[in-house]
Design a protein around this ligand. Structure first.
Ligand SMILES: Nc1ncnc2c1ncn2[C@@H]1O[C@H](COP(=O)(O)OP(=O)(O)O[C@H]2O[C@H](CO)[C@@H](O)[C@H](O)[C@H]2O)[C@@H](O)[C@H]1O
Length: 653
C-alpha cells in the first residue's frame, strides 16, 4: 500500500503543515499523464521573508500573527530533481528566470482532502477522475491565483451590479482552472440576512492592522463554494444595521476607515490564510473593484514591494462606476498606513469651482485616483464606457489621468449569472418559460399584476424599471415623462430605493395613478425577478451606465429594453428599426438619444406600438434577446488576456 502523505520537503517549506489541512502529494510514477495535464495549471507560490514596522503601519503586518509564527518564509532553495522524486508532486511551474514559482498538488476540483492513505487501485481511479476534471477545467494555458477585493459579493452582500459581478465572475474564472479568492467584509446587520454568512467558518487567524492611529484586530471567515474561496473580513465596524454603506441617516461617516481596513486585510490574506491547507502566496493577481478596494495597488507598491514582498504580484483595477471615488480631506492621508512619500499618489485637487470657500485649497485624498496611478491594468465594464471615462463629460475629473493610461485601459462587457437569471428555472417566478415556449411569460405578467394590485390585463403593455434611485439611473427623466405616459393605456411598475426624494415621488405617483402605476420602495431580489419576467418593456434612461445588468436580465427574459444610448447600454442593446429596408430581423430593443423626455417617450411609443400592432416583430425581438449568449465565458477569456499582459510587464509601481 502506498501511503499518501506530505513530503518532508513541503513540511519544511510551508508554515501551514501543522494545521488541520494537508495536501496529498502523489508519486510521479503513478501519474505520468496527469503530470502532463496538470503542468498547465501549476501555480502555488511560497512566500518570502519580510519584517514590517508595526508602529508606523508600514510594511506587512502579519508577522504579528501569533498563530502563524513564520508567515513570511525565507526564500527556499529550489527543489532538486532528486527531492521531487521523493515527493508526490503533480507538477511544478517555473518563471521565465527558472525560479520555482508553484506546485500543483491536488486537483482544483473543490474536494479538500484531509490526510489520506490509499491503495494502488484507488490511486488509479483517482488518476482517471483527476485527469478528467483537469481536462474539463484546463481551458486556459496558465492558471493564476486571483484575489478579488470588493465591498460586495452576491449572495452575501449586494446593493447593485457590483455585487452581481463579484458574485459570479469569480466562479467563472475558477471553473476555468484558476485559484480564486474573493475577499469582502463580513457585514452583520443583526437581522435574518446574517444567515447568508452561516456557511463561513472562523479561520482563527486574526491579524493586527496599523492604521488610523491605532492597532485594529481583524478576523477572517472562510467558505469554499462553487470552486471559490469566499473570505470575509471581520471587524466591529462591519457590524451594524443598514446597507453596506449607510443607513436611514445617510452614508456612514467612517467608510474611509472601513474600506482602508478591507484593503489592508486583503493584502495580508494571500500571505497568511492557509485556504484548503495552502496560502495563495505572493504571486497573485489582485482584481480590485471600485474605490473601496483601490488602496490595494497603492499598498502593494508602497508598503510591500520596498520590502521585497509581492514583487511578483500584479493588480488590475476594475471600474464599475467612476462617479464614486472615495474622496476625503487630505488630512486623512496620515491615517491610511502609508509612507508619507506616497501622498502624491492619492492626492487630488478639486477644481476651483468645486471648492467650498476662498481658503479652501481643494486638496483631497482620492482612493480611486490612487489605484488609477498605481495599478498594472485598468478595466471598465464595457467598451463604450472605457472611452467615456477618458472624456471630460464622463471622467468625473479623472479623465486626464485615464487618458494618460489609455494603453492599459480596456473595456470588457459584463456577463451575467445565467443560472440565477434563467426564465426556464427561476425559483422566484410563478411560471417558467423559454424561447421555445413563451406561454409562461404572459402568466407571469398576470401574476405580477395580481401581486401589485394592478388590473389584470394581459394585453396592456406593462413597463418596468428596476434600480437604485439615483441621478445615474435617469429617474428625473421618468419623473418628467410620467404624466404624459400615463395618458396612454399602459401600466408602469418601479422597484427601487435610494434618494428619499424619489422614494416619496414614487409613493405620490402611485396614489395619483392607482390603476396604472406601482412604486415599490425597497430592495427586494425576488420581486426584481418577477418584474423582469412579468413586464413587456424595461425602461433604462440612465444618464450614464458603465455596463448595466438589468437590460441583460430583461433580454434573457424576453422583456424588451428601451434604453438611453450610453455606455454599456449602447453596447448591449441593438436598436430595432421596423423600417429597415432589408428584413427587420435585427435588433433586441430600442436605444434613444439625446437624453431628453421627448426622445425617451418617442422610443417608448415605438415599443408600445410594436407590442400592440406587430406581434410577430415583437416575438422576433423577444427571441433574439432570449437566445443571445450572456454567459461569463467571453468576458472571462478577456480578463485572462488582461491578466496575462499584466504579468508580462514589470509591476507599474
Ligand atoms: N430595489 C432593488 N431591488 C432588487 N434588486 C435591485 C434593486 N435595485 C437594483 N437592483 C439590482 O441591482 C443590480 C443593478 O445592477 P446594474 O448593473 O444595473 O447597476 P449598478 O449601478 O448598481 O452597477 C454598477 O456596476 C455594474 C457592474 O459592473 C454595472 O453594470 C453598472 O453599469 C454600474 O453602474 C441588478 O441586479 C438589479 O436587479
Amino acid at each position: 500500500m502506498d501511503s499518501l502523505q506530505l513530503s518532508p520537503i513541503l513540511l519544511h517549506l510551508h508554515p501551514s503543515h501543522s494545521h488541520h489541512h494537508s495536501f496529498v502529494l502523489l508519486r510521479h510514477s503513478h501519474f505520468p499523464s496527469l503530470l502532463r495535464t496538470a503542468s498547465k495549471n501549476a501555480n502555488f507560490r511560497f512566500s518570502r521573508s519580510f519584517s514590517g514596522d508595526p508602529f508606523t503601519g508600514v510594511g506587512p503586518t502579519s508577522s504579528h500573527n501569533e498563530n502563524n509564527p513564520f508567515p513570511y518564509q525565507e526564500e527556499q532553495p529550489q527543489l532538486q530533481d532528486q527531492e521531487q522524486e521523493k515527493g508526490l508532486l503533480l507538477a511544478r511551474e517555473t518563471d521565465d528566470f527558472g525560479s520555482l514559482v508553484g506546485f500543483r498538488l491536488i486537483p482544483g476540483s473543490g474536494t479538500r482532502t484531509e490526510e489520506v492513505s490509499a491503495t494502488a487501485s484507488q490511486i488509479e481511479q483517482a488518476e482517471v477522475k483527476v485527469e478528467q476534471e483537469l481536462e474539463e477545467k484546463a481551458e486556459t494555458n496558465v492558471s493564476h491565483n486571483i484575489v478579488f477585493v470588493t465591498s460586495e459579493a452576491a449572495p452575501y452582500s449586494k446593493t447593485g451590479g457590483l455585487g452581481d459581478v463579484c458574485g459570479s465572475l469569480p466562479i467563472a474564472l475558477a471553473s476555468r482552472g484558476h485559484r480564486v479568492m474573493v475577499i469582502s467584509p463580513r457585514y452583520m446587520h443583526g437581522t435574518s440576512e446574517d444567515a447568508r454568512y452561516s456557511g463561513a467558518v472562523d479561520m482563527d487567524r486574526g491579524i493586527k492592522i496599523y492604521c488610523f492611529g491605532a492597532e485594529q484586530e481583524v478576523g477572517f471567515y472562510h467558505e469554499y463554494r462553487k470552486g471559490v474561496d469566499w473570505v470575509f473580513v471581520d471587524h466591529p465596524s462591519f457590524h451594524r444595521s443598514g446597507s453596506p454603506y449607510g443607513d436611514m441617516f445617510g452614508t456612514f461617516g467612517d467608510n474611509q476607515f472601513r474600506y482602508t481596513l478591507l484593503c489592508h486585510a486583503a493584502c495580508e490574506a494571500p500571505l497568511v490564510l492557509p485556504l484548503g491547507g495552502f496560502t495563495y502566496g505572493e504571486r497573485c493577481l489582485f482584481l480590485v473593484n471600485d474605490w473601496h478596494a483601490s488602496l490595494v495597488p497603492v499598498l502593494l507598491a508602497a508598503k510591500y514591494r520596498p520590502h521585497g514582498v509581492y514583487k511578483d504580484a500584479r493588480s488590475v483595477l476594475v471600474i464599475h462606476n467612476i462617479a464614486h471615488q472615495g474622496v476625503e480631506p487630505i488630512a486623512t492621508f496620515g491615517n491610511l498606513g502609508l509612507p508619507l512619500e506616497w501622498r502624491g499618489a492619492l492626492e487630488w485637487v478639486f477644481p476651483t469651482w468645486a471648492r467650498m470657500h476662498a481658503l479652501d485649497t481643494g486638496e483631497a485624498v482620492n482612493f480611486l485616483k490612487g489605484a488609477i496611478v498605481t495599478s498594472d491594468r485598468i478595466v471598465t465594464v464595457s467598451k463604450g464606457y472605457s472611452w467615456e471615462i477618458t472624456t471630460s463629460e464622463g471622467g468625473y475629473g479623472l479623465h486626464e489621468l485615464l487618458k494618460n493610461r489609455k494603453s492599459i485601459l480596456s473595456g470588457i462587457t459584463n456577463g451575467i449569472d445565467v443560472t440565477e437569471w434563467d426564465p426556464s428555472s427561476d425559483q422566484y417566478i410563478p411560471f417558467k418559460y423559454s424561447a421555445d415556449d413563451l406561454s409562461g411569460k404572459v402568466q407571469c405578467k398576470i401574476e405580477l399584476q395580481k401581486e401589485l394590485g394592478l388590473p389584470e390585463r394581459p394585453d396592456c403593455p406593462l413597463i418596468g424599471f428596476i434600480g437604485r434611485l439615483d441621478y445615474q439611473k435617469g429617474i428625473e427623466l421618468i419623473r418628467m415623462g410620467i404624466p404624459e405616459l400615463m395618458e396612454d393605456d399602459v401600466q408602469f411598475v418601479m422597484l427601487g430605493s435610494g434618494n428619499p426624494v424619489y422614494e416619496d415621488w414614487m409613493r405620490a405617483t402611485e396614489a395619483a395613478y392607482r390603476d396604472k402605476f406601482r412604486g415599490w420602495v425597497g430592495f427586494n431580489v425576488p420581486i426584481s425577478h418577477r418584474i423582469t419576467a412579468g413586464c413587456d418593456i424595461l425602461l433604462m434612461p440612465s444618464t450614464f451606465e458603465p455596463c448595466g445588468l438589468n437590460q441583460l436580465y430583461a433580454m434573457r427574459y424576453g422583456t424588451i429594453p428601451v434604453v438611453h444610448q450610453t455606455g454599456g447600454l449602447r453596447d448591449t442593446v441593438q436598436n430595432f428599426n421596423p423600417f429597415a429596408e432589408v428584413k427587420n430581423d435585427e435588433g433586441t430593443g430600442w436605444t434613444f438619444s439625446p437624453l431628453t423626455k421627448e426622445s425617451m417617450l418617442e422610443a417608448l411609443r415605438y415599443a408600445i406600438q410594436t407590442y400592440r400592432e406587430y406581434k410577430s416583430s415583437w416575438e422576433g425581438l423577444m427571441r433574439r434577446g432570449m437566445t443571445r449568449d450572456y454567459t461569463w465565458v467571453n468576458a472571462a477569456t478577456q480578463y485572462e488576456q488582461i491578466i496575462e499582459w499584466a504579468f508580462m510587464d514589470p509591476p507599474y509601481c
